[in-house]
Every structure is written in structure tokens, then in C-alpha cells.
Design a protein around this ligand. Structure first.
Ligand SMILES: [Fe+2]
Length: 748
């Protein structure tokens, strides 16, 4: 049947409004009932705009759920291309909360039109509908349907206007810091210009209700520290103070187990560190950690023994009877150096407050020369230490002769202590540089720039969204305890922590975009062929899978290279990265201001995603395995490093190690940071372990894009199987880069 006037005809529209966030360990039936949702299809269109559609239902919050409504709407509206979402509070409502909206699906003419949102809205007053952000939320949300589009391909003005409005709103909410980044002459990347977590836009806050357990864990550690400090102060006043020192390695071992039990730490994680304790003196274990520990990015092939190694001597007995020239020629010598500690003074400035006594935590330059044995194992053969701060000459340390099997012999103890000094330098570099500077600070640039330049409608925003979420808020929280000299968490545990600005500068002055391209970096370091370099193997596998996924999305988005060059929003992303993110860095730290082809774009986006996810995971989630048993990787050492002919005793070594308060602080920090956040999603879900995967937790909704994600997940599944098989039977399993263990975002 036809009506007399088809324009007056009505057709069915079904709306499925998905709200709330799902957390496997949360059970809630809570509903958001602070107001009315107002929807409008094709807002701003002269011909296809709908009227306001008011939805008064109560929406699931805290956990995922949906509200479904059916409406008759004029057929002239046609296909829903753009959706405006607004919330209006109930009259007289005083206490209101924002609502997390995941997606709205419209079913029209038996087809689904999906509008991914992943944002919060705050209900405005019925008498005042703002056009500016309020309570950290945009005044309303304008969302483009489906795969998203490029601005220059849009043909309808109302859609372009909505896109520009969306971007302008985000730019008004998310701003770079105003201060000159390098005002003190020290390089540091740009970051969000908000210092107070409470003042963050709602989209950047953790979903607070989900974090109770996590925060409880943090605060129980903090309480203990406070009690220690009060006890110390009281002890000083009443003359009963006694610094609590460990007297043997065994006590460190038992302390880890006892503290872990007392604080309810995950025994699986503690046990890994206890396993390390049993073998940490073996040179093979030292070599394993160089290749697969929490800072295993530094090793490179030695091509010359001049300069750095010129004054050292490699004992023949460490080279299985070969000469040093021969093994150098065979490409079996490698080195690790921690030059970022050059010019960094000693630390320990907070030690009196923390422990009751003033201590010096020695910042010592450390280099290690390693040899790849005939059996493929990598072992240290020469360590160079230099206490430059005190004007001391460099010292050289090697393994004792093989016939010396007495582990208590001074030669063994000297070698052990030299390795500990090297690992102490590594701890400073891991905490401050690899984890914070390289992973967190660098990733924040990308997050801020993406939020500011790419509207929700941009397919590349939708690609990056599950990754950029998280890093800004954790960094804002981090900065609150890093830049305050009396609260600097790093300065409480590592020697380099007293001088963060200088350490960051040392790192960033040598940083370039090329460092992010890990496959090239591996080649540049000449470490493609070292056996058992598990970090490299797993990392390159991830890189390849993520690159293929990004390439597929890029090719779906851009039909040609010219299409990339034409995309002004994308070009602005790179301009912001260079002009604000790497402001003051020579040549924008190697980032381009213009991107003109799909191949390079794929590489840039891969580098960004990998740095936020895989790199951060490798740097962060196994630190307790290394540091849990303190003698394996002491966070600081409080006795001067050995002079060349000192007689090294076990008493001296144990005395140099952190006292109880500092050991506890270091353990607590690395344990808490090493916990997955309740909001984490992973490349691969693990339902049995309550871990969510990327599927359903992203903004990619078009079928052809979803197929890319499914292929990504399938490859990740295969990689997990490969890693599981490789780990079978190993004393220490290397699974930090298993896809079930890599959060998509940097959130801890
Ligand atoms: Fe982290």
C-alpha cells in the first residue's frame, strides 16, 4: 500500500543504547537514572534531521548493559549518518553522575548502523543546555556512523560541521602544558597541562568505581611506609632508634616471602623472584637477565675494544681458550652500558627522612662486556665501574679463575659485588628511563596529540583509542609524586632518582623516532642472532602482527598515498607531535611534520601502538622478578663502590644493600606498578583469568574493519601458543610478552 504522501510516511527505527563498562570482577545492577537521554539523527541536516528523541529509561552503569527502544519516525530521515547524544537531568536533581556510553546502534530498514562513542556525558540542567564542556564532559556527543571517514571525503556540510565541532570541543578540554618544556635547558617531552587528577576531563579519568582493590593495595603499602617513618622519628627522639639492616642474603629472601604474604601479594609473582634468588649468582642467569630481564633493550654487539674497553683485560679463561681478538672477529662479544647516568650525582637525599640516617646512594657508571659461549649462552666476562662523582679511577672486574670454586673467596665476592653494582645502575635506568621516560612520557605525547587532532569520526582515532586511553591519567598521577622534591617516588628508592630532570635530559637528548622502530634497532645493535634473546623474539613477533593489522586498517582508510597527504586532520596530528610533543628537540626527534604515504603512516602508527602496549609491558610487568630478591638487582647501594684492590667480604656486600625501609619501598613500588589495572584489556582475552580482550573493547565497528581485528586476535592466539610451547619445562618462564599479558594501553 502507498500513502497519499510518502513524505508523511513513518518507518521503524530501533535504538540499542549500550552503556556502562564491563569488569569481570564487578557485579552490579546499578542503573543511571539521573535524567533523560536526548537523541537526534542527522542533526544539522536541512532535509533529514529528526526531532529530539527523548529516552527516559534507566541505563546500566558500572557494568555493561543496554536499553532498547523502537520508534516510528518520518521516512524522510532515511539512513542515519550522524547521531547527536545529549543528557538532560531530571528537574530538581542535585547529585548527578556522568554516564559512560559505549555505543548506540540504530537498526533501520533491517540494517545495523553503529555509532561507537566510548565517552562520558554529564546531564545538563533542563533549563540550560550548555555548548561548552561541563563537569569534564563534552556538552553533547556528535558521532559518525560506521567505519568513520576522512574529512575531505565527506560531502555533506552538516557532517563536516559536526566533525569540526567535535574536534574543537576536545581541543578545549585537552591542552598541552603551557610552560616552556626546556626552560631549564633540559629536554622533556610535552605533556597534558593539568597537574591535578581531579581536574582531568572525565574521558581521561580511570573508571574510578572499578579501582577500589587497586587503590587499597597502594594505600596498604603507603601506610606501612608512614608507620616506618613515624617509628624512626619516635626512635630518634627517645633514643631507641635502631636502623634495621639485613644481615644475610637469606634474610632478603625471607623478607620478600614474609612481606608478600603479609600484604596479600600474588604468590605466583613473588615465587618468580624467589626462583631468581636461588640462581642469581650464576653468570648464566646474569646473561639471561641481560637478554630477557626488565631492561633487555641495551645489549649491542662490540665492534671495537678501543676507547671504552681499552684499559681492561679479558682473562683468557673466560673465552673457552680463544683469544679476545678471535671472539671479537667471530662477533661473539657484546656490551651493555648505562651512559645515561653520566653526570648524575649520588642520591639518597631522602634517606634520612625515610630511614632515620643520612645515606649516600652511589651513582656509579657501569659497563658490562659479555661473551656468547660455544653452547650459545651469554655470560659476563668484564665489568667496568667508575665512581666519577668522587673522582675515582675506573675499576675492572672479571669472573674468578675456573679452578676457584669457593663462592666465599674474595675473588668470587668481588665479582658478585661488581655485578650488583652493574644491576644497581640498571635499576635506576629501568625505573626512570625505560619505564617512565621512554614508555610513559613518550606515549603521552601521542595520546594528547591524537585526542586534540583526530575527531571521533576519524578511522585512525578509532584505531588508536583503546591504546591511548590510560597513559595521560597515570602520568598525571605519576607527575604529582615525581616532580615534588619531597615526594619524588624514584628518589625514595633509586640513586638517580634525586636528579630526574638531568636523567630525563640524558635520555631524551639521544632519543629519536628511530629508537621506536624496534626491528631496525635490533639490526642496528647487531643482535639479530643471539640465541635465547626472548625479549627480541617475542617483541618482533608482536611488531609484525601489529604492523599487519595497522596496515590493513590504513589501507581500508586511505585509498592512495595522495589520500594520506590530503588528510588535514592527520597532518595536524604529526604537526602537534613535532611542535608540541617534541618541542625543543632537534629536528622534532626525527618525527616528520608531514606524512605523505601509507607505508610510512603504517610504520608511525605501529611504533605508537607498540610503544604504548608491548614496550611498556616488557619494561614494567616483570620488574619484581628482577628486584624482588634485592641482591639480584638492588635499587641503591650505600657504600662506596670497590677500589681495584679492596678485599671484598660478604659482610661488606650485605652492608651495602638497602636497609629495611628502602627495600620495602622498592618492593612495594614495583609490585604495585606491576599489577594489571582493573580497566586493562589485552591483545588476547583470558576469560578464565578475568582478562578482557580487544574484541568489544575498541571503536572499530565496520564489518571490514572488524575482520582485521579478528585476524589480529587469531595471530595473537597463535603467538601465545608458540610462547607457551617454548616456555614448557623452563625453570623461569618468559611470558611477559604473551598476548594475554600485554595490556592494550599504558594504565599502570
Ligand atoms: Fe607503567
Amino acid at each position: 500500500m502507498t500513502t497519499s504522501n510518502d513524505e508523511d510516511a513513518e518507518v521503524a527505527y530501533t535504538f540499542i543504547i549500550h552503556t556502562g563498562s564491563n569488569l569481570p570482577d564487578q557485579k552490579s545492577t546499578k542503573k543511571w537514572d539521573d535524567g533523560t537521554m536526548i537523541l537526534k539523527i542527522n542533526p544539522g541536516s536541512d532535509t533529514t534531521e529528526s526531532k529530539d528523541l527523548r529516552v527516559k529509561d534507566h541505563f546500566p552503569t558500572m557494568t555493561e548493559g543496554d536499553v532498547r527502544i523502537d520508534l516510528w519516525l518520518p521516512s524522510v530521515i532515511g539512513v542515519p549518518k550522524l547521531l547527536k547524544v545529549d543528557l538532560e537531568s531530571n528537574m530538581l536533581e542535585i547529585i548527578k553522575d556522568a554516564l559512560y556510553i559505549r555505543e548506540i546502534t540504530i537498526i533501520y530498514n533491517r540494517a545495523s548502523y553503529r555509532f561507537p562513542i566510548k565517552n562520558y556525558l554529564y546531564p545538563h540542567s533542563p533549563v540550560h543546555n550548555p555548548t561548552e564542556p561541563k563537569m569534564g564532559c563534552p556538552p553533547h556527543i556528535l558521532v559518525r556512523e560506521g567505519a568513520g571517514t576522512l574529512r575531505h571525503r565527506e560531502t555533506e556540510d552538516f557532517i563536516v560541521r559536526a566533525r569540526d565541532e567535535d574536534r574543537a570541543i576536545m581541543q578545549s578540554m585537552i591542552k598541552w602544558n603551557d610552560a616552556e618544556v626546556n626552560s631549564a635547558g633540559l629536554l622533556f617531552p610535552g605533556y597534558l597541562g593539568v597537574m591535578d587528577y581531579d581536574k582531568l576531563p572525565r574521558i581521561l579519568k580511570f573508571r574510578e568505581a572499578t579501582l577500589d582493590n587497586f587503590m587499597e593495595l597502594r594505600s596498604s603499602g603507603r601506610k606501612e611506609v608512614k608507620i616506618n617513618m613515624l617509628q624512626n622519628m619516635g626512635g630518634k627522639v627517645f633514643g631507641t632508634y635502631k636502623e634495621e639492616r639485613f644481615e644475610s642474603f637469606e634474610q632478603f629472601y625471607l623478607y620478600l616471602k614474609y612481606k608478600g604474604d603479609e600484604l596479600g601479594w600474588d604468590k605466583e609473582i613473588v615465587y618468580e623472584a624467589m626462583k631468581v634468588a636461588k640462581i642469581f649468582r650464576q653468570d648464566e642467569e646474569f646473561g639471561r637477565q641481560i637478554l630477557s630481564g626488565c631492561n633487555a633493550w641495551m645489549i649491542k654487539k662490540v665492534i671495537s675494544l678501543e676507547v671504552r674497553w681499552a684499559a681492561g683485560t679479558v682473562p683468557m679463561y673466560t673465552l673457552e681458550g680463544k683469544s679476545v681478538e678471535q671472539v671479537l672477529e667471530e662477533g661473539r662479544l657484546f656490551e651493555v652500558s648505562y651512559d645515561d647516568l653520566i653526570d648524575i650525582p649520588h642520591g639518597g637525599g631522602l634517606s634520612k627522612m625515610l630511614t632515620g640516617t643520612s645515606q649516600t646512594w652511589y651513582t656509579v657508571l657501569a659497563d658490562c662486556l659479555l661473551y656468547q659461549r660455544d653452547d650459545g649462552k651469554l655470560v659476563p666476562i668484564l665489568i667496568r665501574l667508575e665512581n666519577r662523582n668522587d673522582g675515582e679511577p675506573e675499576t675492572w672486574w672479571s669472573p674468578p679463575e675456573p679452578e676457584n670454586t669457593d663462592l666465599n673467596h674474595p675473588a668470587h665476592l668481588a665479582w658478585l659485588w661488581a655485578k650488583m653494582w652493574f644491576k644497581c645502575a640498571e635499576a635506576s635506568c629501568n625505573f626512570v628511563i625505560t619505564h617512565f621516560a621512554r614508555a610513559h612520557a613518550t606515549s603521552e605525547i601521542f595520546a594528547v596529540a591524537v585526542y586534540r587532532t583526530l575527531p571521533n569520526a576519524h578511522p585512525i582515532f578509532r584505531l588508536l583509542q583503546p591504546h591511548i586511553i590510560g597513559v595521560i591519567p597515570i602520568n598525571v598521577q605519576g607527575r604529582a609524586v615525581l616532580i615534588n622534591p619531597n615526594k619524588n617516588a624514584f628518589a625514595c628508592v633509586v640513586s638517580a632518582g634525586d636528579h630526574l630532570g638531568k636523567v630525563f635530559h640524558n635520555h631524551f637528548k639521544n632519543f629519536s623516532y628511530e629508537n621506536l622502530i624496534l626491528p631496525d634497532d635490533v639490526k642496528k645493535r647487531g643482535v639479530e642472532d643471539i640465541p635465547e634473546y626472548l625479549l627480541r623474539d617475542d617483541f618482533l613477533a608482536h611488531w609484525a602482527i601489529i604492523q599487519e593489522y595497522v596496515e590493513e586498517i590504513v589501507n581500508l582508510t586511505y585509498l592512495s598515498d595522495a589520500d594520506v597527504a590530503k588528510d588535514e586532520e592527520l597532518q595536524n596530528l604529526f604537526k602537534e607531535i613535532v611542535d608540541f610533543g617534541f618541542r625543543g628537540f632537534p629536528n622534532g626527534a626525527g618525527f616528520p611534520r608531514v606524512v605523505s604515504d601509507r607505508y610510512k603512516l603504517t610504520e608511525y602508527l605501529t611504533a605508537i601502538i607498540v610503544n604504548i602496549s608491548t614496550f611498556h609491558a616488557a619494561a614494567n610487568f616483570q620488574v619484581l622478578t628482577s628486584c624482588g630478591f634485592v641482591p639480584n638487582m638492588p635499587s641503591c647501594l650505600s657504600i662506596p663502590p670497590p677500589k681495584q684492590h679492596d678485599n671484598i667480604t660478604m659482610e661488606l656486600i650485605v652492608e651495602s644493600l638497602p636497609v629495611r625501609e628502602i627495600a620495602f619501598l622498592a618492593l612495594n613500588i614495583v609490585y604495585v606498578l606491576g599489577q594489571f589495572s582493573p580497566i586493562d584489556c589485552f591483545f588476547l582475552e583470558d576469560a578464565a583469568a578475568n582478562k578482557r580482550g580487544i574484541i568489544g573493547e575498541n571503536m572499530i565497528v565496520a564489518p571490514e574493519q572488524e575482520a582485521c581485528i579478528h585476524r589480529l586476535v587469531e595471530k595473537m592466539r597463535q603467538l601465545k601458543e608458540k610462547i607457551d610451547a617454548r616456555n614448557d619445562g623452563r625453570y623461569l618462564k618468559y611470558d611477559v610478552l604473551s598476548p594475554v599479558n600485554i595490556p592494550l594501553a599504558t594504565a599502570t
